[in-house]
Design a protein around this ligand. Structure first.
Ligand SMILES: Nc1nc2c(ncn2[C@@H]2O[C@H](COP(=O)(O)OP(=O)(O)OP(=O)(O)O)[C@@H](O)[C@H]2O)c(=O)[nH]1
Ligand SMILES: [Mg+2]
Length: 292
């Protein structure tokens, strides 16, 4: 059985963690942006940074640096008139828990989950999506958009087939089919540079813009609800911790009174022993005297 000291040490640790979460929640609420925060997540090289450049109209100059190898190393932010966009490093296959490792998860109002159109969702992507859904609770289906990127590399039929497969996986693993938009960053860039409306339309970036604006109307309400829910959950957990702490305190008190009882009888024995010693010494002294 676990002893009282290690039980209480564990409890103090978990309560402190809950306090930290509560403080983070309070600080976030105070310095929150009133604009919806849009966060791009996805595997390395999925096209997150390129996508955010297009969405923030960085057509010629790259604000979010892109590359063929792992490029983005930390969260980077750009604010437009309507949104705050956050770019994140690609999910790491070696990382056990990408969700807690990434910054910004508590701040995200809308998630762009970028999946490169090579095939279906990989296990690590599903894991991450499941974590996101847990964190968003009942608002997950409104807030997560799956972006299928680099569609210029595949035929329309293949794009459609992969989209269907990804949506089926979402239904199975996260319990709903989110909005799913197939985009091409390179086609949008070409269209914007050469001012060719047809290319820009084909890239589907406008559809994504429209979806974001639609979501932004309710994003603030959803964020508030999300926070309220998180606070309620925290209060519930803190109350449970309080009960456990009180229980441990009681056990300590019982131990102390047992200990006090032990000390009392111990003292009584010592007193008895002292008396006995005094008597026996006295007797011994008297005997010695008689002998002399
Ligand atoms: N053909 C094509 N290539 C793209 C598209 N979007 C991005 N790329 C290329 O894919 C590579 C990766 O793009 P990034 O935007 O840097 O990918 P990322 O997801 O930010 O990668 P990390 O920051 O390393 O996680 C780059 O070479 C881009 O040029 C697209 O729509 N079509
Ligand atoms: Mg990047």
């Amino acid at each position: 059985m676990e002893n009282l000291d290690s039980k209480s040490a564990k409890l103090i640790k978990s309560t402190t963690l809950l306090f930290d979460q509560g403080n983070a929640l309070l600080t976030h609420s105070k310095k929150d942006s009133t604009k919806p925060v849009v966060v791009a997540w996805g595997l390395m090289n999925a096209g997150k940074s390129y996508l955010l450049n297009m969405l923030t109209q960085h057509i010629e100059d790259e604000y979010f640096k892109t590359n063929d190898f792992r490029e983005t190393a930390k969260v980077k932010k750009f604010e437009t008139e309507d949104f705050v966009f956050l770019d994140t490093p690609g999910l790491d296959a070696c990382e056990k828990d990408n969700l807690t490792a990434v910054d910004g998860v508590g701040k995200a109002d809308i998630v762009l989950f970028v999946h490169q159109l090579q095939g279906e969702l990989e296990a690590i992507e599903i894991d991450f999506l499941q974590g996101l859904v847990k964190s968003f609770g009942e608002y997950a289906s409104d807030n997560i958009i799956i972006i299928l990127s680099k569609v210029d590399k595949e035929s329309d039929d293949k794009v459609e087939a992969i989209k269907q497969k990804v949506l089926d996986q979402c239904e199975i693993y996260i319990g709903f089919e989110p909005s799913c938009i197939a985009v091409s960053n390179t086609v949008y860039k070409k269209g914007a540079e050469k001012k060719i409306q047809g290319l820009m339309k084909n890239s589907n970036m406008d559809t994504l813009h429209t979806t974001l604006h639609k979501l932004s109307e309710s994003a603030y309400d959803v964020r508030t609800e999300h926070r309220v829910q998180k606070k309620q959950q925290l209060i519930k957990e803190l109350k449970l911790e309080q009960k456990k702490l009180e229980n441990i305190l009681m056990q300590y008190k019982e131990k102390t009174s047992e200990f006090n009882e032990d000390v009392k009888s111990f003292n009584a024995v010592i007193d008895k022993l002292k008396n006995f010693m005094t008597n026996i010494s006295k007797e011994h002294y008297d005997l010695e005297l008689q002998r002399d």
